[in-house]
Design a protein around this ligand. Sequence first.
Ligand SMILES: [Zn+2]
Length: 328
Amino acid sequence: MKCPTCAADTKVVRTSPKVDSYAPVKRERRCLGVSAHRFQTVESEPLTLDQIGIRRSDSSQIRPYSGGELGANLRRSLMLNLSNTSTAIIEDVVRGVSANLLRNYKRRHQRLSGAERGGHSNLRVVVSDTFIAELVENELDNDSTRVQLVLYALAIRGRHGWSAATDLLQWLQKRFVNLHQPLPAVISPPRSFQWSPPMTMHLPTTVLKKNKRASTPFRYEQFLKSIQYALDGRPGAEETAKMVAAFVLEGLRGQSVIHSTQLAIGVLNCLRQIDDIAYLRCAVVVKNLDSVTMIADETRELMLSPSPRLLFTQPDPKLVETGEPMVS
Ligand SMILES: [Zn+2]
């Protein structure tokens, strides 16, 4: 730095200790010119996004903020692979959240512990993942993206906290006052039944697509993945998704050519019997519910008329042991 009076080089005489990692640094400087002018500076480097850490509320783990990662999470939360939501929404939200984060981190930042500072030497501040979720919800809270706001809330809160339709309805009524009406009483499902997958799964060969003449080969992995998206973050999601796939395919046994809607409706009906949150996420996409009012109505109806509970059980291994020995 040059001396503002005589433009000679300067040297730092004293640096005040930092109050916070993001606080500007106060320095006393003396110029190296003949007059040895003294002056004070307040220096701060602007914070950059990769210097902001995100602390997970479930594990306290810290990761540097990454717009790319946020975009990937949003893609999953909004089930972009299944819905016809435009990918431009993702870019807009990430851009908005990043800008807001830089503007507002001071209001909500937490301190890094000494150990955390050691593990993440480039981080200057840390905020919680719930703050990021709040910023995302603010970005999505406008007329054209309210449905995505609900999908996001279902994904985020469905990981921790929400377990039933009533949780979503309460949230909707709080967030959108025009939806307010008395909450229906919680009705227990009429009955439950157990189902275990058959020893061999039926796999169709051909899927006819909606509005298209072309058909595609049935791909189990792709089908399973679409179910996993709806169940993302739910307890036992991975195992449940396999059971749902087996259940739906068993209902199509004997049909080698199927229509893609048979799969979608099969999954939808199955999820309604096992998991409210996954069902509602799937219903928004499959039924193309395009307003918050429609989602609230769907949720209320789910509460008033719950489906019988479907309980998955593994096939009883004794059945195999007591069966006829296989002869080839
Ligand atoms: Zn000077």
